[in-house]
Design a protein around this ligand. Structure first.
Ligand code: PLP
Length: 426
């Protein structure tokens, strides 16, 4: 934990607090403010869409008698929130080393994609009750995930934001470019609000965000920092809390997004906020969470169990094995002449499990992926534009891969390269 990680988490940078509070006050005065309420405490529920009762049958079969949790089918704001959901929110705060920190809170989403859409729509739009001419500058890494981009796009499409939202896309992981753009835009626009979006482990290149650099910029520029830790959750950090935890910078992140569908091995998404205001605005203005069915309790319980495992000794051993595998495979590939972008940038020591292998063309990437599959029964996806600027194979290393499997892949890739080159010469 970083020096100031236990400090008060509740104040937000610049004018964000007043801005968000005004939107919520407006809802409150119109009797429109929404809250979560636990379905376990309902003696009867007429707000579930489980019309045939099938979801309840499944829960009855899957649950032990000691676990009391009625299965409801409704949005998290109607009947889809239970004690299990609340427990998972608490567990996620623990994972992030934020349990008990004043103001810190979590929200669950139907998926990580829905989390990012909700964050974009809730934060980058100007809502009723807020200053209708409030300008918001949004800074987004050029390689951010589609869900972050679409969240900002949705915000831009909303009535109150068409003329108020200014999008600045900065060069990938380039803090100097971010600084230049912050100075040019927000610096000369007094009274405006700023928000920066980045992934912590970039999903297609596997490199790690320059979080120290971004955190330094916060000293001069009062922006809200949203960090998507989808690929870092349970993978990086002492307890698996992510890159911010690994670098002791959790206190610099205003809103961390994550998924329960990758290393957590369940399904769903989450956001961790350093202020209750953020949770409230997400629940009231994040349309994908308001208008989707909440996570089923079976998945919630699975996530709870897996996060517990991931935070403990077993999780640490798995992370260590994962790093060992990444080192082993990277070395084997480099020895065989492959160009591996197992970047990591300034934080390469954190060992991202995503290894991109550069391919000379889209066709070469596709042929390599097909040959690996057809001749060797090994699946490695070819990733091409527009998902990424240049084609590559994207290898995702797991802790459960054996060294024998990793060697098999390195040798199969070498054979495949010769076969595809030979085919190209014919
Ligand atoms: C960086 C990033 N954010 C968000 C998501 C979406 O997460 P989910 O699969 O839970 O919708 C993904 C999934 O690929 C991702 O890579």
């Amino acid at each position: 934990m970083g020096a100031s990680e236990g400090e008060s988490m509740s104040s937000l940078p610049g004018e964000w607090e007043g801005h968000l509070q005004r939107g919520l006050d407006h809802l409150e005065s119109a009797h429109l403010l929404r809250h979560t309420r636990k379905s376990d405490e309902m003696s009867a529920c007429f707000g579930s869409n489980d019309y045939l009762g099938l979801a309840q049958r499944r829960t009855a079969a899957a649950t032990t008698s000691s676990f009391r949790c009625p299965e409801r089918r409704g949005s998290i704001l109607v009947s889809g929130y239970s004690a299990a959901h609340e427990d998972l929110e608490e567990k996620i705060l623990e994972l992030k080393s934020l349990a008990g920190c004043p103001g810190a809170c979590a929200v669950l989403f139907p998926s990580g994609f829905a989390a990012n859409l909700s964050v974009g729509m809730a934060l980058c739009s100007v809502h009723a009750g807020q200053n209708p001419s409030q300008r918001i500058h949004v800074y987004s890494d050029e390689l951010n995930h589609a869900s972050i981009i679409d969240g900002i796009r949705f915000a831009k499409a909303m009535k109150g934001s068409r003329n108020n939202l200014f999008l600045h896309v900065y060069k990938h992981n380039d803090v100097k470019d971010l600084k230049r753009q912050l100075q040019n835009a927000s610096g000369s626009d007094t009274g405006s609000l700023s928000v920066v979006f980045s992934e912590s482990v970039f999903s297609m290149d596997g490199d790690i965000c320059d979080l120290r650099g971004i955190a330094q910029l916060k000293q001069d520029h009062k922006f809200l920092l949203v960090l998507d830790e989808a690929h870092a959750t349970l993978v990086m950090g002492d307890r698996g809390g992510g890159v911010a935890q690994a670098l002791g910078l959790s206190h610099e992140v205003d809103l961390a997004v994550g998924t329960l569908s990758k290393a957590v091995g369940s399904f769903g998404g989450f956001a961790v906020a350093r202020s209750g205001l953020l949770r409230s605005i997400l629940l009231n203005k994040g349309r994908p969470v308001i208008y989707s069915t909440a996570l089923p309790s079976a998945l919630v319980r699975e996530a709870l169990t897996n996060i517990d495992i991931g935070m403990g000794e077993q999780g640490s051993a798995m992370r260590e094995k994962l790093r060992k595998n990444v080192r082993f495979l990277t070395k084997a590939l480099v020895e065989r002449g492959f160009i591996c972008g197992q970047g990591g940038g300034k934080e390469a020591q954190l060992m991202s499990p995503i290894i991109p292998v550069a391919m000379p063309s889209e066709q070469f990437a596709l042929r390599t992926s097909s040959h690996l599959w057809e001749k060797h029964g090994i699946f490695v996806p070819a990733i091409r534009p527009p998902t990424v600027p240049t084609s590559r194979l994207r290898i995702a290393v797991l802790a459960t891969h054996s060294l024998k499997e990793l060697l098999l892949l390195a040798d199969a890739l070498t054979e495949t390269r010769s076969a595809v080159n030979e085919h190209a010469r014919l």
